[in-house]
Design a protein around this ligand. Structure first.
Ligand SMILES: Cc1cc2nc3c(=O)[nH]c(=O)nc-3n(C[C@H](O)[C@H](O)[C@H](O)COP(=O)(O)OP(=O)(O)OC[C@H]3O[C@@H](n4cnc5c(N)ncnc54)[C@H](O)[C@@H]3O)c2cc1C
Length: 384
């Protein structure tokens, strides 16, 4: 029996569609959105029409129900165009995933199905000012009163918080039990009384993406908006990462690939000491390193996605992909700036944006340190 790395004809077409979209619709406007931080509504509208958003919503709710590997292919291409715009698009998938995994049919019909018809945004609101890597330290509470929960607390660093129609929120319902059944997930609409998104954060990179705090003050959440059952919050919030981390990792591959392509082009054009810098072995080898690591990273993403698609546990492989690709993208984009020399440091050239954009991959959806923590625990505690 052999292993195939060959994509199906449908996957090749999907990849080509996403690439064409990134080239024609995303790249031309990316510098503007990086500069201004304006949300790329026009691009998102077109992506939605083409079926490049919300790709994992099940067919019974009107979605495309694409596989994890399909999503990974799309994520690489979108981020190749601009990972800020890509993140804005893909953050919907992060908020939707725990809903797909655990919500009632009623909630799926109410909140997922409409997203396949019109462009709507949602956000995964778990992190808090005092709880990032240590999600169990969160302090937002939801206290049951009759047929409602009263939600109070602050979320921080929430992608799409200013544009989302609804949030996937995790709060404490039994503070003593925390992750062991004390956390509950809710769908909370942005328009409800007591929900206040903060101002847009001025981030280093991926500036087209909208990141904000959100405050909940005595927000009344109907019991029917619990995702799964009370106490499922931790499990659902974490389970989503097995789907989304390989795609986020793949987005960092897209950023690295863009940087390598620019570096190859520039190395062929820029001359020093009478010859293109590509002819200096130090430069040529830097490019060879980029290519090897991009390829290795992509294969880790595909592996993690393939495991998920055949129903196997992929937590460790998702962390391999996330940590390797994030660190790799940071190194590749930094080296691309090096190959451009002084021009690499200038906003007039494309690689400084890629270096700024790459940094967040080592931080969000679990930092590179947390991925190593997961890998080492999987190896030493689960004995895999
Ligand atoms: C642009 C952006 C978008 C984001 N989008 C979202 C979103 O949509 N939804 C959401 O819920 N969150 C989001 N986040 C939050 C993000 O997931 C957290 O910032 C991240 O998990 C790290 O948490 P922290 O910032 O609190 O850092 P900390 O947890 O305070 O970590 C600080 C440093 O210590 C290290 N560290 C912490 N614990 C350990 C340990 N046990 N061992 C070794 N090292 C450790 C970390 O790796 C890091 O280097 C976003 C963040 C940013 C910046």
């Amino acid at each position: 029996m052999s292993i195939s790395f060959r994509l199906s004809d449908e996957q090749e077409s999907l990849r080509a569609l996403a690439h064409e979209f990134a080239e024609n619709e995303i790249r031309p406007v990316a510098p503007h959105h990086d500069e201004t931080g304006e949300y790329a509504w026009e691009v998102l509208r077109k992506a939605h029409e083409l079926g490049l958003m919300n790709t994992h919503i099940p067919a019974e709710y009107g979605g495309l129900e694409l596989s994890a590997v399909d999503g990974i292919l799309i994520a690489e291409e979108l981020a190749w165009g601009c990972s800020g715009i890509g993140t804005a698009m893909e953050a919907n998938g992060l908020a939707q995933q725990p809903v797909i995994l655990g919500a009632s049919d009623h909630l799926k019909k109410k909140y997922l199905a409409p997203m396949t018809e019109t462009l709507q945004m949602c956000a995964y609101a778990v992190t808090e000012p005092g709880a990032g890597s240590d999600v169990q330290a969160l302090s937002t509470t939801a206290v049951r009163k009759g047929d409602r929960y009263i939600l109070n607390g602050n979320k921080m660093w929430i992608t799409n918080a200013g544009v989302a129609d609804w949030y996937f929120v995790v709060a404490l319902t039994d503070p003593a039990r925390k992750a062991k059944g004390g956390m509950t997930a809710f769908i909370v609409e942005r328009g409800w009384a007591g929900v206040t998104p903060g101002k847009k954060e001025q981030n280093m990179g991926q500036r087209a993406s909208d990141t904000r705090a959100v405050t909940f003050e005595d927000v009344e959440v109907p019991v029917e908006n619990v995702v799964g059952v009370e106490g499922d919050g931790w499990k659902l919030a974490m389970a989503a990462f097995d789907y989304t981390r390989p795609a986020v990792a793949s987005a960092s591959v897209g950023v690295a690939r863009a940087a390598m392509e620019y570096a190859i082009q520039y190395a062929g054009e820029r001359k020093t000491f009478g010859t293109p810098i590509a002819n200096h072995q130090a430069i040529a080898f830097m490019i060879a390193e980029m290519a090897m690591n991009i390829e290795a990273g992509r294969l880790l993403c595909w592996q993690a996605g393939e495991l998920k698609d055949r129903g196997a546990r992929n937590t460790m492989q998702s962390s391999y992909a996330k940590a390797f690709c994030a660190d790799m993208a940071m190194k590749v984009t930094t080296d691309a700036v090096q190959i451009f020399g002084g021009y690499g440091y200038s906003r007039e050239y494309p690689v400084e944006k890629l270096m700024r954009d790459a940094k967040i991959f080592q931080i969000y959806e679990g930092t590179s340190q947390i991925q190593r923590l997961i890998i080492s625990r999987e190896l030493m505690v689960r004995g895999r």
